[in-house]
Design a protein around this ligand. Structure first.
Ligand SMILES: NC(=O)c1ccc[n+]([C@@H]2O[C@H](COP(=O)([O-])OP(=O)(O)OC[C@H]3O[C@@H](n4cnc5c(N)ncnc54)[C@H](OP(=O)(O)O)[C@@H]3O)[C@@H](O)[C@H]2O)c1
Length: 333
């Protein structure tokens, strides 16, 4: 069986390629980075192209049994991205890719969405039946809502294709070369760049558990269905403690109130518009930390056999990976 994987150099993508190779699949990976081979590993066919120009690589999907679409422009400040890039990559890029896959005879698609498209009442639980977060002010989350709706529409219009959607919570894990916003947060803790314990909770899942879910979805996922891969919810203070335990580095213990942090995040966000650098914390982040709802992954546990490893295991491997990369000078700020 051959899989065509997009986003193969990303946190999820490189763990996914390892998972698929471990299961004996042949993998063709869409990549852009010059150091893609180092991240993706040996034995993988590389196609160097941009998702937004599907004509460049469409025919390379021919012969693939499954497309796993994990590429996305992650965050408003994604590697210097200008806002239109979010819609071009996450929405138009996704529909263009699905249309090309259909033309090339790919019959199964696993699309990586995000659990952040879902809303739940404070302290409640979000699952596949929860409403979309239509109110979000974060352009990245809005683009993921629009992309998921487009994928579901495409799925309805193309009953001959089996399209399964995976909705991960915030991921951590080894191989976070970006780093992603959650990985960047851990790096800040390791570098002693945070002064306070942020108030609230964070929902964390190991990227390798999401990779397992996506691989299982190829055969076991039901067409047109969404699967929340939500990991567990942790108080932010517990995440700090976990970083200290595995790294030996002290992390802040002094809390900051949600009201103060919100005020600070507004100022930092305004400043970031001028500097074009990501603010360490945004008002939407503060709001999400406060909401404190959990994700329910029962459907994925039942139908895909997903299991979640404990935070200590995830944090240990994430921190060790960051430390090794920092020593090698590979992970930036
Ligand atoms: N990380 C999380 O917490 C999280 C949570 C929920 C959902 N998700 C979703 O999970 C998926 C994987 O995210 P991730 O965490 O692995 O993010 P990531 O580490 O930032 O990786 C994103 C990947 O997409 C690729 N990409 C971006 N724009 C592209 C383009 N125009 N053409 C080709 N490739 C492009 C990147 O390639 P380059 O390396 O060349 O930039 C990279 O391989 C995404 O759909 C994301 O929205 C992530």
């Amino acid at each position: 069986m051959r899989a065509f994987v997009t986003g193969a150099t990303g946190l999820l993508g490189n763990n996914l390629v390892k998972e698929l190779r471990g299961r004996g699949l042949d993998v063709t990976a869409l990549v852009r980075r010059r150091d893609a081979r180092r991240l993706v590993g040996p034995g993988v066919e590389l196609v160097v192209a941009d998702l937004r120009d599907v004509g460049q690589f469409e025919t390379r999907m021919s012969g693939a049994d499954v497309l796993v679409h994990a590429a996305a422009c992650y965050g408003e400040f994604y590697r210097g991205a200008a806002p239109p890039l979010l819609a071009e990559t996450n929405v138009a890029g996704t529909t263009g890719l699905l249309e090309a896959a259909e033309r090339q005879g790919v019959r199964t698609v696993v699309y990586i969405s995000s659990a952040a498209v879902l809303r739940a009442a404070a302290g409640g639980t979000a699952d596949e039946t929860s409403p979309y977060d239509e109110e979000t002010h974060e352009r990245y989350f809005a683009s993921k809502v629009a992309a998921e709706k487009a994928v579901l529409r495409f799925s309805e219009e193309h009953p001959g294709m089996r399209i399964v959607l995976i909705l991960p919570a915030a991921m951590l894990g080894p191989g976070d070369v970006g780093p992603t916003p959650t990985g960047a947060f851990v790096l800040k803790l390791l570098r002693g760049e945070l002064a306070f314990v942020l108030p609230g909770w964070q929902r964390i899942v190991d990227a390798r558990d999401v990779a397992f879910a996506a691989a299982e979805a190829i055969d076991r996922g039901r067409s047109g269905e969404r699967y929340v891969i939500g990991g567990r919810r942790y108080p932010v203070a517990e995440i700090y403690r976990s970083v200290t335990e595995v790294s030996g580095r002290p992390t802040p213990t002094k809390p900051i109130s949600a009201a103060k942090l919100l005020f600070l995040s507004r100022i930092l966000s305004l400043a970031s518009r001028l500097t074009r650098r990501p603010p360490p914390v945004t008002p939407a982040m503060v709001q999400r930390l406060q909401e404190g709802f959990s994700f329910c992954s029962d459907k994925a546990v039942r139908e895909l056999g997903v299991r979640f490893r404990p935070l200590e295991a995830t944090m240990n491997d994430t921190v060790k990976w960051f430390q090794a990369e920092q020593t090698a000078g590979e992970v930036g700020s």
